[in-house]
Write a protein that binds this ligand. Structure first.
Ligand code: 2AM
Length: 179
């Protein structure tokens, strides 16, 4: 089985800037596991474990998703809205286009038996996961620069394989769809 998801990669310069700002959070007494900045992405759909022989059909369905390229704004690192956040992320907003792309991906995958997420789509790039919370994390988040990381153009998305290892996930691109 192949653990797969569909994502928009952030440009490397943006990833590096986010990773740099996230460094300040290492001072916190919360237990955090940071996403390798080189891997920061926006998940459009999580498919879970897929039999390898089904991957060509998945890639084929995704290739039919049509949408013009669009801009996404990347907000500052923030908690996920819970009082004790479990995820730290940069909210990503594309004037509806990012949610539209996620919906298009979900529509393309539904006939293959992938049930769409019931939760409303919230575009985000995960920066760290909170293994155990400590109030010092809230203080450090509040002290981060309030400005976001700017915008980038989404002109493609990718089907990815995720291999979980003790030192973090390894992602491999399985297919790419140009918008
Ligand atoms: P996240 O950043 O929103 O947590 C690759 O594993 C990506 O798939 C992760 O970045 C994660 O998105 C998403 N993902 C992993 N497990 C998931 C699950 N059980 N349900 C939904 N999304 C998941």
């Amino acid at each position: 089985m192949v653990r797969t998801f569909v994502a928009v990669d952030l440009p490397d310069d943006l990833r590096a800037r986010i990773g740099g700002v996230a460094e300040a959070l290492r001072e916190s007494r919360a237990r955090l596991s940071f996403v390798d900045p080189a891997l920061i992405h926006v998940t459009l759909a999580f498919l879970g474990e897929v039999p390898p022989e089904r991957l060509p059909a998945v890639a084929g369905a995704l290739a039919g998703v049509r949408q013009p390229p669009f801009e996404v704004r990347v907000g500052p690192i923030a908690g996920d809205g819970r009082r004790e956040p479990r995820t730290l992320w940069c909210p990503c907003t594309g004037n509806g286009s990012l949610a539209g792309l996620a919906a298009g991906v979900a529509r393309a995958l539904e006939p293959l038996g992938f049930t769409p997420e019931r939760r409303p789509f919230r575009g985000h790039a995960t920066v760290a996961r909170v293994r155990s919370f400590h109030p010092s994390l809230g203080d450090l988040l509040a002290d981060l620069p309030p400005d976001g990381f700017g915008a980038f153009t989404v002109d493609r998305f990718r089907l990815k394989q995720s291999t979980l290892t003790p030192s973090g996930p390894i992602y491999d691109d399985l297919s790419e769809v140009l918008l």
